[in-house]
Design a protein around this ligand. Sequence first.
Ligand SMILES: [Zn+2]
Length: 189
Amino acid sequence: MNINIETIIVDPHPLLRVKSVDVPLPLSSEDHELAMSLITYVRDSRDPIKVEAQKLKPAVGIAAPQIGINKKIFAVSIDILDENDEIETIEYLLVNPKLIAHSKRECALKSGEGCLSIEEPYDGFVYRYERVTFKAFDVLRNQEIIIKESDYVGIVLQHEYDHLLGVLFYDRINKNDPWSEKVNATIID
Ligand SMILES: [Zn+2]
């Protein structure tokens, strides 16, 4: 399955608002192929040559509903700087993820969020939990895992998880005061 800007559906497509269904495990070959095409998209979307040649839009994550398939699968691939200032790539390819714990404290990205499926800009803080724990089957590791992430990686995981619930990031922006700062929240650069 080839994913590009022509196969990614955009808001207000109704399938972006549907709650996704659980995926049977072990994965069928069809679902495995779907999962792999999601992680392939995210990896390739950060390669400028492939972006040009294959009509991709850069991303750090994509969820199956974004290609019109309402199944609980999403992929993330995020480059972060580790303690030694070296690039580390954090990747998950999750099936049937569940948010099982989270901090009370929240965080938000300083410049707000974007989404492959949303063409119009929606400005404002998107508050999310600062620390999250997910349980899921990870296709890359071929096992069920418990994931503890925070800050930026945690935000990306929550953004993709929202897609499985039919929620889009702008739903979480305060309409009356988009850039209002919360007391118990960290704003991340
Ligand atoms: Zn999105």
